[in-house]
Design a protein around this ligand. Sequence first.
Ligand code: B12
Length: 300
Amino acid sequence: MDNQQLESLVKVVLNELENRKIIGAKASDVQSAVKNVVSQNNSDIELNDLADESIKNWIGVKSPKNSDMLKEIRKSTEARIGVGRSGTRPRTLTLLKFLADHSLSRDTVFKEVPEEWVEKTGLFIVQTQATDKDEYLTRPDLGRKLLEESRKTIIEKCKKSPTVQIVLSDGLSTDALTMNFDEILPPLVKGFESAGINVGTPFFVKYGRVKVEDEIGEILDADVVVLLIGERPGLGQSESMSSYMVYRPSVANTVESDRTVISNIHKRGTPPVEASAVIVDVVKKMIANKASGIKLANNS
Ligand code: B12
């Protein structure tokens, strides 16, 4: 495709997006609009999905000495290896894939968790003192404190003095929450119940930071708080969740080293179902040792 063709294609796509009023919509909507335009106007052009496995496993090295081995190594890691080069520069597909991964990461940080999605989960929503995403990102301190009305809602709706309180939050990745939810919350609750642990009422905190779990634990008089929160995305990995756990938290006295974290929870890292078993195990140790974080590591 030469530059002129490319420019005219971009124009038609933009018009199509205007017509459908889906600017600002999900990447999949945009992709379907692009495909539609391409099939109507340029049937000879094939547009690949840059998130597709075939692109992820693409080998850019021209004439490799051992292509089978290179393919195996390529498949074994998320790292950008075997991408080759064009002179001193990256190849076009490498650059496009990099840009696509970067935009996925940006998207997941900036997008909101859809309220309809939260409704479907049956969780109730509370909010930190960050009033919107922009403020959340620029004022981490506000993401660590609850709104006064949220404190009231939590007191009104939650079981008091649970052994374990589970909290979910968007944090720095909305996809982390929506993609892992089905495979983490139900097995986690079941795991605690079958271990005979009294579980509180799970809920969703919008615009949360890790420290918000201390205030929640204090309000509910929980022994352990388990916060499932979206991690800062990496390139090519935008749906990773962490579980930050703390024993008898308090706003004034809990420090970072009192927390235990299990990170990289997603389908290509520690799968959510497996992570829920690990979390139950860690929490049992916290309860038995009456400690978390460094104190727990030193005790057990
Ligand atoms: C950003 C980050 C940091 C930043 C946090 C700054 C900030 N205010 O945001 C800095 C550079 C300070 C940092 C330091 C450390 N980090 Co760090 N960090 C991350 C990262 C990249 C993202 C975390 C995130 O998205 N949190 C979610 C958001 C919403 O949380 P937040 O409220 O904004 O910020 C809090 C958390 O980030 C938390 N936090 C960050 N790192 C760690 C590590 C531990 C052990 C704990 C308990 C908490 C914690 O502290 C912040 C303040 O409360 C993760 C990688 C990942 N994939 O998750 C590693 C990661 C969590 N960090 C890790 C480690 C090892 C550390 C250090 C122990 C490194 C060191 N040897 O000093 C220290 C511990 C700091 C601490 N808080 O106790 C490991 C944890 C491994 C594990 N499973 O135990 C991770 C998974 C990276 C890795 N793959 O090795 N970290």
